[in-house]
Design a protein around this ligand. Structure first.
Ligand SMILES: NC(=O)c1ccc[n+]([C@@H]2O[C@H](COP(=O)([O-])OP(=O)(O)OC[C@H]3O[C@@H](n4cnc5c(N)ncnc54)[C@H](O)[C@@H]3O)[C@@H](O)[C@H]2O)c1
Length: 336
């Protein structure tokens, strides 16, 4: 049995995670779930958004399957997602976006994997007000050569392991010559170790334009923390929305799997949230655990149901009366 810490999370979290857990259990994978709390729901219940018991559970299992957590905008506690990534040094955030034949979008040939540096950049949390009246604030971005080396190396290794041919580094080194310059120069150095993989560089703003106009130019994309956060929502939009994109947060000796999307308070409690993104994160987790047969079975069933477009949530088919739970049942049926 593989022990896994299960955090259902906030908003739509519990409903999509219940479905994802049922589907994973039905896939035949040998998972022993250890439920733990985090986020706004933990804060309201226990007075802390990240209880010690949750940290102890992840420290023991080294693998977490997590629903989205609410972080208030401009107030309240710091992001627990950022805290977990920092604590377990989950430096590589891998977010694949691939067109689904049954989901109608502008393009049918998108196949992009964003590899986002997950522990540095502008998200290190070094920000403060400079004046007592709080009318000037500053944030610091931290980029290290070692941190840049390991994420770019990860991107190339990912490309090799997954039969991909090209790595594009996205940066803003024309303006941020030190932090982004260090990232770009390090990427250029690392790329020389992999002459058989095509290497390309794009300034982030131009990369956004190219990505919406000609997404087929991109294969594996490696970039710094905030650019990766934004670009992966862009790629989600290219393939049918946030309900479809999984994410893996990988460190040397721990990993956390989740959807790219947030807790979606606007649709929480309505049984209409799309569980596909967390289920696909579950597929990534099963592959990480070596449960390849169960992962393949689960992925095939998800693809069958999503591409058929009948037992899917309304974000994928506005005429559908199918809810989150019913979609999960259809996927379990498809696995039988
Ligand atoms: N990894 C995480 O835990 C994570 C990631 C992003 C945002 N958040 C948090 O989530 C909260 C809400 O953030 P937000 O509204 O900016 O982003 P969001 O991703 O929750 O929602 C953006 C839009 O996408 C829709 N959407 C998201 N997931 C969906 C799904 N599975 N099915 C159908 N529609 C879906 C929502 O209804 C909403 O209209 C914030 O507190 C934010 O900090 C958490």
């Amino acid at each position: 049995m593989h022990p896994v810490t299960l955090i259902k999370g906030d908003g739509i979290g519990p409903s999509i995670m219940d479905v994802a857990v049922a589907v994973i259990d039905a896939s035949g994978a040998a998972i022993q779930w250890h439920e733990a709390e985090a986020g706004m729901s933990a804060y309201e219940k226990l007075g802390t958004p990240l209880p010690d018991a949750t940290m102890a559970s992840i420290a023991a299992t080294r693998v977490a399957f997590k629903g989205p957590l609410t972080t208030l905008v401009g107030e309240g506690f710091r992001s627990i997602n950022v805290e977990l990534r920092k604590t377990y040094d989950l430096y590589a955030n891998v977010r694949p976006a691939k067109s689904w034949p049954g989901v109608k979008t502008r393009y049918d040939n998108v196949d992009i994997v964003i590899v986002r540096e997950n522990t540095q950049g502008l998200y290190v949390g070094l920000e403060h007000y400079l004046t007592p009246q709080k009318d000037i604030a500053e944030s610091l971005a931290v980029v290290t050569k070692a941190g840049s080396q390991r994420i770019v190396d990860y991107a190339f290794q990912y490309a090799i392991a997954n039969g991909r041919n090209k790595v594009t580094v996205c940066h803003k080194a024309n303006i941020l010559k030190y932090t982004q310059g260090l990232f770009l120069n390090t990427a250029r150095e690392v790329a020389k170790k992999y002459p058989h993989i095509e290497f390309d560089e794009k300034i982030i703003d131009a990369a956004c334009m190219h990505m919406v106009m000609k997404p087929e130019q991109f294969d594996v994309v490696v970039t710094t923390n905030m650019f990766g956060d934004i670009l992966s929502d862009l790629t989600a939009g290219l393939v049918g929305g946030l309900g479809l994109i999984p994410g893996a947060n990988i460190g040397e000796d721990a990993a956390l799997f989740e959807a790219v999307h947030g807790s979606a308070p606007d649709i929480a409690g309505k049984n209409i949230a799309n569980p596909t993104a967390v289920m696909m994160a579950g597929v990534m987790m099963l592959n990480h655990l070596g449960e390849h047969a169960a992962a393949n079975r689960m992925q095939a069933a998800i693809e069958t149901v999503v591409n058929a477009g009948v037992y899917v949530t309304p974000d994928l088919n506005p005429n559908s009366a199918c809810g989150t739970r019913e979609m999960g049942l259809a996927i379990i049926d498809a696995m039988r």
